[in-house]
Write a protein that binds this ligand. Structure first.
Ligand code: AN7
Length: 349
């Protein structure tokens, strides 16, 4: 049987009626990949929830299928979001899917090339501002409060509802919730969504436990870790370059209720984790690598000593989203004459 998308598959957990016009690109059902290298290092079984394999290449599709579906059901014709890139790519695609107009506001010069290309090719009206994501979100909130435009950022509760299905999938794959769940934190919608999903699955008896939630922010964009708004956040992981997360309180609740933590990782640690994953055949964007960087850091500090069980780590977006980062950090291919001799010499034969 082919996978119908998260709304049809997890219908009973979502606010969907018989007549709701489901807008889907068959998102979800992403693989949970066993990581030999990470498991070897941590001494626990580590699985990677590879959300880069969603239709637009990030976890945002889980929330967007529901947010756009509900906007369509409410008779809206236009949706709008602020974005560090992936939300805009997803909103543009799902709006195009059902013939809605999409407007996105993005921080100028701070969007990975692939994400910008996606928003443009799907026909969104893309507006760059000379300001960061937090400023963009403030403007979007103001506009959507006054005009007949549906806001599809994660302060829209349907986004969180859709995204919680990733936790369901993890439990369905493993037969239970894992002991630990690691995840990057930007606007903090996803950690909120996973925690909600894990709690609901336990409550309905589909899993026996909930995991300890481990969230990671970039060191110079770590408002939750620092306990204060960061006015000018900085990180190479542009997806999580956010200084005032909308779901701040909910992320803290996920951390505290689960006995977990939210910590910071440096850009250097993020890049090292990014390359570490690639060396095992998995290409995730830098923001996604923050969760792996966090696991490696916790391991170094002895956090997993005496611990048993399974760790799931969400890789939120595909590496192809941000090709510039890869090239900048790895270098260019060797260029040689079109002849056997030069090629063999370059190979080292
Ligand atoms: C790859 O697209 O905020 O903590 O506007 O694209 O739920 O915000 C993206 C966030 C992690 C952080 N990884 O998730 C946007 C946006 C990737 C992301 C996050 C984002 P949240």
């Amino acid at each position: 049987m082919s996978w119908p998308g998260i709304i049809s598959h997890y219908r009973e957990f979502l606010p969907i009626a018989d007549q709701t016009p489901v807008v889907t690109l068959n998102e979800g059902n992403t693989p949970l990949i066993f990581s030999c290298r990470l498991s070897g290092i941590l001494g626990l079984d580590v699985y990677l929830k590879y959300e880069g394999l969603n239709p637009t290449g990030s976890f945002k599709d889980r929330g967007m299928t529901l947010a756009i579906t509900k906007a369509k059901e409410a008779g809206m014709q236009t949706v709008m979001c602020a974005s560090t890139g992936n939300t805009s790519a997803s909103a543009a695609a799902y709006a195009a899917r059902c013939g809605m107009e999409c407007i996105v506001i993005i921080p100028e010069g701070n969007i990975a090339l692939g994400k910008l290309a996606q928003a443009m090719i799907h026909g969104a009206k893309v507006i760059e501002i000379k300001g960061n994501f937090d400023v963009a979100l403030g403007l979007v909130k103001e506009i959507t409060a006054k005009y007949p435009v549906a806001l599809v950022n994660s302060i829209n509760p349907f986004r969180i509802e859709g995204q919680k299905t990733a936790a369901f999938e993890v439990c369905d794959s493993l037969g239970n919730a894992p002991e630990f769940h690691a995840i990057p934190v930007g606007n903090a919608g996803n950690i909120t969504a996973y925690w909600k999903g894990y709690k609901e699955y336990k409550k309905t008896g589909r899993s026996k436990q909930t995991p300890v939630m481990l969230g990671f922010q970039a060191a110079k964009a770590a408002p939750i870790v620092k306990g204060k708004i960061i006015k000018d956040p900085q990180t190479i992981a542009t997806a999580i370059k956010i200084g005032n997360p909308a779901s701040w309180k909910m992320a803290q609740a996920a951390r505290d209720e689960s006995g977990g933590l939210i910590e910071a990782v440096t850009d250097q640690e993020i890049l090292a984790a990014y390359k570490f994953l690639a060396a095992e055949g998995i290409f995730a964007e830098p923001a996604s690598a923050a969760s792996v960087a966090g696991l490696l850091k916790l391991h170094k500090n002895g956090y997993f000593k005496q611990q048993k069980g399974r760790v799931v780590c969400t890789l939120t977006g595909h590496g192809l989203k941000d090709p510039n980062i890869a090239i900048q950090n790895i270098g260019k291919p060797a260029t040689v004459k079109a002849e056997l001799k030069s090629i063999l010499k370059t190979i080292g034969y």
